[in-house]
Design a protein around this ligand. Structure first.
Ligand code: LRH
Ligand code: MN
Ligand code: MN
Length: 427
């Protein structure tokens, strides 16, 4: 389904007087500081985040799944859902596929459908963490690191197949996340596992088109609970470094042990030109995959502060990172949850753009932590919501995405079309 543009416009008209008032106020506050509001709005309009095909249905936990109704049962439906998010937010202009959860049967038709919603295909993701029904060898004891060469080959071949699908769809990067590791001390030879993984990744890297990038995602635990082969950013960076210029680390916010200083990891990787991709979510305990910014918005801002710094650094050759939301939704309507995540990401981005970097650098050079904190928090405590709304309005989206989604009864319509009980593929 597509939303009626007329309905969005009517909702915008109603909200316009309040929006103008808020924007005027912010304009005068930021104007006094010499900040160019139009330039900020322009940057926000450009900022696009990929939505993963597996996040559009209700995610399950180990203990159950409670589908909310009207969920997408096909890839076509998933693309339509991302299209809805994009229509409302004008910030979700890309979709990231997980293969084999979402195999495009008719690649040309799928590509056309996505384009008709204004969407492109971002990084494709391989899956060697589950066995598929028609699969010959099992990944129970690993995939790219497996002791058996034949299993490694099967996993490499799967990645090459994913690259072929991605290439046909116009993707330009492959994200590799491995569940490989061990659950018991003594189970795995760490060095052999690393070397085998590197060797397998080298085969995959060699099979990528020459304009493709590989993103190596790390995670300290789960589903293995004693060790993972690519446990942290250092291991991921080592692999990326050995693989070549087009291999990068990928940071997933949920893939760190509690209290890890993620912003420092971001700064270091970008300094080395090795931060390729980013998975947004939020967490309190582990890889909780909850709504971005719902728990630690200040941490998200500090991370964006480093991302913006890295992107603006003329001495860094880090490529523009691939942004993706990697969250799962057990309680909320997935589309509302994703709209909230998109908003949280752009809020942190806008706040980071407000940081007075010259003054901050001066405070640092003068060993003035109080002033450095004042500068950061002055940006963080600015209510930039009118800027985001203005960016959406100018791009043809909704001033109030969730309010509009609710008032136009989108979920009700989706349930009427798709039924109450569709279970979509994914986690
Ligand atoms: C692993 C992960 C990885 C997978 C996705 C489904 O926890 O973050 O990115 O592809 O979840
Ligand atoms: Mn991830
Ligand atoms: Mn994860």
């Amino acid at each position: 389904m597509r939303m009626d543009k007329q309905g969005i416009n009517e909702m915008n008209d109603q909200a316009l007087p309040d929006h103008r008032e808020g924007l005027d106020h912010l304009n005068s506050v930021l104007g006094k500081k010499g900040i160019d509001v139009n330039a900020l709005v322009g940057k926000l309009k450009e900022f696009q985040v990929a939505v993963p095909s597996w996040a559009l249905g209700t995610g399950g936990t180990r203990f159950g799944r409670f589908p909310g109704g009207g969920e997408p049962g096909t890839l076509e439906d998933k693309i339509a859902d991302v299209g809805l998010l994009h229509q409302l937010s004008q910030s979700a202009g890309a979709i990231s596929l997980h293969i084999p959860w979402d195999i495009p049967k008719d690649v040309k038709a799928i590509k056309e459908l996505a384009a008709s919603h204004g969407l492109i295909f971002d990084a494709v993701n391989s899956n060697t963490f589950q066995d598929q029904p028609d699969q010959e060898l099992s990944y129970k004891f690993g995939s790219l690191c497996h002791a058996d060469r034949a299993v490694r080959k099967q996993a490499v071949d799967h990645n090459l197949e994913v690259i072929r699908y991605g290439d046909a769809l116009g993707s330009k990067s492959l994200t590799v996340w491995l569940a490989d590791g061990s659950s018991f001390p003594g189970q795995l030879n760490f060095k052999k596992a690393f070397r085998r993984t590197l060797e397998s990744l080298q085969e995959i890297y060699a099979g990528m088109p020459s304009d493709w990038k590989m993103f190596v995602e790390y995670k300290p635990y789960e589903p293995n609970f004693y060790s993972t082969v690519i446990q942290d950013w250092g291991t991921s960076h080592m692999l990326a470094d050995k693989l070549g210029d087009r291999a990068y680390s990928l940071v997933d916010l949920g893939h760190h042990l509690p209290n890890t200083n993620i912003e420092q990891i971001v700064a270091t990787l970008m300094m080395e030109g090795k931060l390729g991709g980013f998975h947004f979510n939020d967490s309190k305990y582990g890889d909780d995959d909850v709504t971005v910014g719902s728990l630690k918005p200040y941490q998200l801002f500090l991370i964006f502060n480093e991302l913006v710094d890295g992107m603006e650094d003329p001495t860094s050759d880090n490529p523009y990172p691939a942004w993706m939301i990697d969250a799962s939704h057990n309680l909320k309507d997935p589309l509302e949850d994703l709209l909230q995540s998109l908003e949280a990401i752009k809020l942190a981005y806008a706040q980071a753009l407000l940081v007075d970097r010259v003054a901050l650098e001066e405070a640092r050079e003068n060993n003035d932590p109080s002033l450095a904190q004042e500068i950061l928090q002055a940006a963080y405590r600015t209510d930039v919501r009118p800027l985001l709304a203005e960016a959406r309005l100018q791009a043809g989206g909704a001033l109030d995405p969730i309010g509009t989604y609710r008032r136009l009864n989108v979920r009700k319509e989706l349930i009427a079309q798709r039924g109450e009980k569709v279970i979509s593929t994914g986690l």
